[in-house]
Design a protein around this ligand. Structure first.
Ligand SMILES: Cc1ncc(COP(=O)(O)O)c(C=O)c1O
Length: 387
């Protein structure tokens, strides 16, 4: 007779978790009380929040919550947008996003992760090749793998190496280059003009993920493609409403045929329930604020510049960051955890970022600055780091 009580096919999980624990790599959830703004209550401890992607301080802006409350008319969407339709609010937000991005059309997804997955798998498949920066976001990597196209990883920001790799790719049916514009853990910027030139020369499509740059860079806040003057050379522009726009959801902006194709082929769009219509109202309110209050992004970038300079003068290694995301690279995971814990005791939330989010030996403290921080909070963090 089989002994059902001793047979545990999941026993390996406990061993694997114990291994992660030994390497300082096991992750645990904290419980957040209340809203997150410049301060955050984590596990009943109030901390100054240097851990979120709420770069413009909009996540707790009452104008977003008020817009959602005013738009509330029921809640759930019931089915995929292709089954029960997308709401008028979704249509309006897509129109506003296309206008904001200066493209023919835009398509909304329930998350930026879903947008990346849908876009890549719709654009390439077996017989095609996709080139991806080594430090691209996990959602871009997953999209590449799911597409079943050949995946070529090029060294971080190395457009020359990419060009050489592409010399051998002429026989493929289609070629796609994907890159973050602002790398989410390193705070550095892709060479977008050079990538656009490689794409042109090698007859490839270029997709740029502006998740951390939308709302922050560019004269109108469209991101780094705008800032670097490369919008015309970028065929697929992806952004998210979940970071500087203080809300939730992702989008792809581009030509009308591109958007119609994603609607027909994007699996995470087709086979997933639409977000509640009222959520779209927050996106529209955030776009209004970005248009009317450009001082938010300008002030943020000025604060970030002086913060980076102070860290460098204290002797910290901030890699190649030139943005509001500033890694303090310490290498060892346990050291990153220890510094993060010490900062926590001093009242600051600065997450330790460890492998697999960053490569081995590149564990860091990721400081993300927000318009919501005041000068005193930043000064105090710098003083604590100096100690
Ligand atoms: C570069 C990048 N792309 C996409 C995403 C996914 O966006 P979302 O959080 O809206 O799913 C993230 C989120 O961390 C990101 O950093």
């Amino acid at each position: 007779m089989t002994n059902h009580t001793t047979h545990n096919p999941l026993a390996w999980i406990e061993d694997s978790l114990a291994d992660l624990g030994k390497q300082g790599l096991q992750r645990k959830l904290s419980v957040r009380g209340g809203r997150q703004a410049d301060k955050i209550d984590l596990d009943d401890q109030r901390l100054v929040n240097f851990g979120s992607n709420d770069y413009l301080g909009l996540a707790a802006d009452p104008r977003l919550a008020t817009a959602v409350a005013a738009a509330l008319d029921g809640w759930g969407s019931g089915a995929s947008p292709l089954v029960c339709g997308h709401a008028a609010a979704h249509r309006d937000l897509e129109g506003r996003l296309a206008e904001f991005e200066g493209t023919e059309a835009a398509l909304l997804f329930t998350s930026g992760f879903a947008a990346n997955s849908a876009a890549i798998t719709s654009l390439v498949g077996p017989g095609d090749v996709v080139f991806t920066d080594r430090k691209n976001h996990a959602s871009l990597f997953d999209g590449c793998r799911l597409s079943r196209s050949d995946v070529r990883v090029y060294p971080h920001r190395d457009h020359r190496r990419l060009d050489r790799l592409m010399q051998r790719a002429a026989q493929y049916r289609r070629r796609l280059i994907v890159t973050d514009s602002l790398f989410s853990m390193d705070g550095d910027v892709a060479p977008l003009a050079e990538l656009a030139e490689v794409a042109r020369r090698r007859d490839a499509m270029l997709m740029v993920d502006e998740a951390h740059a939308t709302g922050v860079f560019g004269a109108s806040g469209r991101g780094l493609c705008e800032q670097l003057g490369t919008e015309d050379g970028v065929h697929i522009r992806m952004g998210t409403l979940s970071k500087a726009l203080g809300s939730i959801g992702g989008f792809v902006a581009g030509s009308r045929p591109l958007i119609d194709w994603l609607l027909n082929r994007g699996r995470s769009y087709i086979y997933s329930t639409a977000s509640p219509a009222a959520v779209a109202a927050a996106g529209i309110a955030a776009l209004d604020i970005i248009r009317k209050e450009p001082h938010r992004r300008r002030t943020l970038l000025a604060k970030a510049e002086s913060f980076r300079a102070s860290l460098v003068s204290q002797g910290w290694n901030i890699g190649d960051s030139t943005t509001q995301i500033v890694p303090i690279i310490v290498g060892d995971s346990q050291r990153a955890l220890d510094i993060s814990a010490a900062l926590g005791e001093a009242g600051f939330f600065v997450p330790a970022i460890r492998p697999p989010t960053v490569p081995q030996d590149e564990a860091c403290l990721r400081v993300s600055l927000s318009f919501a921080h005041d000068d005193e909070q930043i000064e105090k963090l710098l003083k604590t780091l100096k100690k």
